[in-house]
Write a protein that binds this ligand. Structure first.
Ligand code: COA
Length: 187
């Protein structure tokens, strides 16, 4: 377990360069796809496009649509997490968003030099707390790649339950955490 304090904050304009940097590291992106354009902007967009799309979506969706930055010892950005709401009728292979249940999909990415020290697990716990205390999420889902055991392990360790109705879709699985489960584990 890594010593040092891990915190999260909502993205500010100045954090965009860090996001671009981390998204251009092939090791980080090897198993990380964006489903399907949840963010509405991506690593290929220039800063002004990205920031204005982000602001527009925030106005419409509030904190249910949030880009987070993970900080080590307050001042070193070491990772990011993003989540967004899924529309009614959303399907991910055989997994379907339950009707009328506010469902967010998200993930977490860290700079490779920080992997394997327990920080991914610590970080996603902070994200889970944020999701269930600051948003109206009732179901939080994550889509780890089937060849990415570190991601599945991290999500499993912090309480996500694998959806067993399909093996994978486009090589990704679904793992779920309901608000009820959050209340049981985290409160
Ligand atoms: C996924 C990610 C956030 C994990 O971060 P991390 O800081 O290494 O996570 P932790 O150290 O808390 O835990 C990693 C766990 O995975 C396990 N693990 C790592 N590689 C593994 C492998 N090849 N096979 C099996 N387990 C593995 C570790 O043993 C550890 O489990 P343990 O605590 O039971 O020993 C990090 O690898 C990452 O940023 N990857 C790139 C982006 C990405 O793919 N994100 C997921 C998108 S869904």
């Amino acid at each position: 377990m890594s010593k040092g304090n891990l915190t999260i904050s909502e993205m500010r304009e100045a954090d965009h360069q860090f996001l671009l940097d981390i998204w251009h590291i092939p090791q980080v992106m090897q198993y990380a796809d964006e489903f399907p354009r949840l963010r509405g902007w991506s690593k290929s967009d220039d800063f002004h496009v990205a920031w204005s799309v982000y602001q527009r979506k925030r106005v419409k969706l509030g904190k249910n649509y949030t880009q987070l930055i993970l900080w080590f010892d307050e001042n070193t950005p070491i990772g990011e997490s993003f989540f967004a709401p899924l529309n009614e009728g959303y399907k991910f292979g055989k997994w379907e968003k339950p009707d009328n249940v506010i469902s967010l999909m998200g993930d977490i990415k860290l700079l490779p030099q920080y992997w394997g020290r327990g920080l991914g697990s610590k970080g996603i716990k902070l994200v889970i707390r944020f999701v269930f205390t600051k948003t109206s999420c009732e179901l939080f889902v994550v889509p780890p790649h089937r060849l990415n055991p570190a991601a599945s392990r991290v999500y499993d360790k912090v309480g996500f339950i694998p959806f067993t109705g399909m093996r994978s879709w486009r090589n990704h699985k679904i793992m779920e955490m309901t608000r009820k489960r959050y209340n049981e584990i985290y409160k």
